[in-house]
Ligand binder design. Structure first.
Ligand SMILES: [Mn+2]
Length: 347
């Protein structure tokens, strides 16, 4: 079946499902990124226009990264922390850019969503869901949502078109990673509809002094081991920084793998980035967090999380986990040395 017919079929299924309720709760991952935010808003527009559904948005963690705050402000929708709303009040629940039990979203175990739209590798828990559209080859969930809007003959309004374009560009690093023809088509169609001035403004979101302090700490805690880097950001309030620093470090000319981790709200959060196609970042992430937490992702980018509840009162346990994940990461890459050299010299 062609891509277009497939989307048409799925749109019909969605509409049938929507006929069962009046309200839809759209749940994003923890610390939602631009792709999740854009896809959620596009789903809102689709559900509202085709079925008149009342939609609410919920997320886990925080919306911290300057670009994301700027984007949310521009979109003008109310985004609620999941624990501040009662999900029981919505007839239907949708998960975008994440899946049940993935470990990176606020949906409690035992609460089954009705809809999943995602581009991460499918996981077991998604099987029993009434509607699951999981397209692993797509660079962004925003691309999938753009195909639904197009199929439903809905032209996204300017903020949503801008968000979708930004979501695809940031998840694929401007089509440089994990992108397919579908992502390219979506970008080309969305470009004329987007607010170009706003795109620039979102990318240059203003940041507080803390941001530079965090960056300074991160750089001074980065070590190079052969062709990879490991960065320990330490305690942070803003979980988005972990991915941001990982992206920055991957630009280093001698490095093709980066693992960056920090502690946020009682959990170690880890980002993996690579330019090496011989090893899958999602596989490396799963190896690193094995029996400690959850993890997974794509070929070139992945993440993991480990709860520190069990290690709460024991500094030794905490340091042991950090040592363990560093060792496992180096093992996964086949790097023998345990002696890293500092990335920068602090005067
Ligand atoms: Mn995504």
């Amino acid at each position: 079946m062609s891509r277009r017919n497939e989307t048409r079929d799925r749109l019909e299924k969605l509409k049938a499902l929507w006929a069962r309720g009046e309200s839809l709760l759209i749940v994003m991952q923890n610390n939602p990124d631009p792709d999740a935010i854009a896809a959620a808003c596009a789903l809102h527009q689709l559900a509202n226009r085709t079925a008149g559904l009342n939609c609410r948005f919920a997320y886990g963690g925080t919306i911290g990264r300057a670009e994301n705050r700027e984007l949310v402000h521009y979109l003008g929708f109310a985004f609620y922390p999941f624990d501040k709303i009662s999900h029981q009040k919505s007839d239907l629940i949708a998960l975008v850019d994440t899946q049940p039990s993935a470990g990176n979203n606020p949906l409690p175990e035992g609460v089954q969503p009705d809809i999943i739209i995602d581009h991460h590798p499918a996981i077991e828990a998604s099987r029993g869901v009434a509607f699951a559209d999981i397209r692993e080859s797509y660079g962004a969930t925003s691309t999938i949502m753009w195909e639904y809007l197009r199929e439903a003959k809905i032209t996204p309004d300017m903020p949503i078109a801008t968000a979708l374009l930004y979501g695809i560009r940031s998840d694929t690093q401007d089509l440089g990673r994990e992108s397919t023809q579908a992502d390219i088509d979506a970008i080309e169609s969305l470009y004329p509809l987007a607010n170009k001035r706003m795109l620039g403004q979102i990318q240059r979101g203003r940041v507080p002094s803390d941001y530079y302090q965090m960056l300074s700490t991160a750089l001074s805690n980065t070590r190079i081991y052969s062709h990879c880097m490991i960065c320990d950001i330490g305690d942070i309030d803003n979980a988005d920084m972990i991915g941001e620093v990982a992206d920055l470090l991957l630009r280093h000319e001698e490095v093709d793998w980066v693992m960056c981790y920090g502690v946020c709200s009682g959990r170690i959060l880890i980002s993996f980035r690579t330019q090496d196609s011989s090893l899958d970042a999602g596989d490396v992430a799963r190896k690193v967090v094995d029996k400690l937490g959850t993890g997974g992702g794509h070929e070139h980018m992945a993440g993991g999380q480990i709860s520190l509840l069990a290690a709460k009162r024991s500094m030794r346990k905490y340091l042991r986990i950090k040592g363990l994940i560093r060792g496992r990461f180096l093992n996964a890459l086949g790097i023998r040395t345990r002696k890293g050299r500092p990335l920068v010299h602090i005067p």
